[in-house]
Design a protein around this ligand. Sequence first.
Ligand SMILES: [Fe+2]
Ligand SMILES: [Fe+2]
Length: 284
Amino acid sequence: MNDTSLGAAIRKTMLTANPLAKVMMTRDLVRRWRAGKLAFAFDVAMPDAPARPEKPELLPPNAMPRRGRGGSERGRLALLHALAHIEFVAIDLALDAAGRFGAEMGRDFVDDWLSVAADEAMHFSLLARRLRTLGSFYGAMPAHDGLWDAARETAHDVAARLAVVPMVLEARALDVTPMTVERFLAVGDERSARILQRIVDDEIRHVRFGTTQFAALCKIRGESPADLWKTLVQRHFRGLVKPPFNDSARRSAGLSREMMAGVATPQRPPHTPMHEMAGGSDQL
Ligand SMILES: [Fe+2]
Ligand SMILES: [Fe+2]
């Protein structure tokens, strides 16, 4: 049977609010795509925003309770919850990339972003299960409502989408996750540390998909990747691209130091309050 379009299957998955159902549908969609059971057709529009479950409550970044820096168990639970939410939104971001730009970009692009969607579904599941093991669950705490802004802001142009979502937001995980792994190891939570290590390894691949596709687009458009990236980040990303960067992970993902120098936010004194978004997290 080849009567279902990939676009329709993606739209249906994005409009599914229940986290477990979204994970199952994403896995099923990717399996059907790989088995040749979904037509390479995009006959429906992608939703402006995906469906969200009733819980977690979504708050603007500046209204998020502070997670605190210490090694308290509550603080670590809140961190795992924030990361689970990021992975949950990342499922829809990857699906949206495939569904919105697939017709224009072709099958390899769709293969890449659907494999990312499958990874994000797995990352979310690992974190949601970890939360349960620790006596909590996804939805138990409020979560950050800003993560879909980047998708909205870049819905008109695949180059802008790649410049902001994989190349800025997902790349941020490469800088901060190794420190988070250390934090969990320091308190003896090896299982959480292992999950986060797995995530960061996968994220390098996600960023690499972004940089590779972006470079190919620049070639077609006759633009320099470093210059176009800088322009698009300045135009479409409102957050900060702040060092220190994990140079080696970024290099493996295709982001050279020269590329980073072009987009990095100049460092201000550490007491500048806008440097810390309370409780918010801008990585994916
Ligand atoms: Fe992820
Ligand atoms: Fe990712």
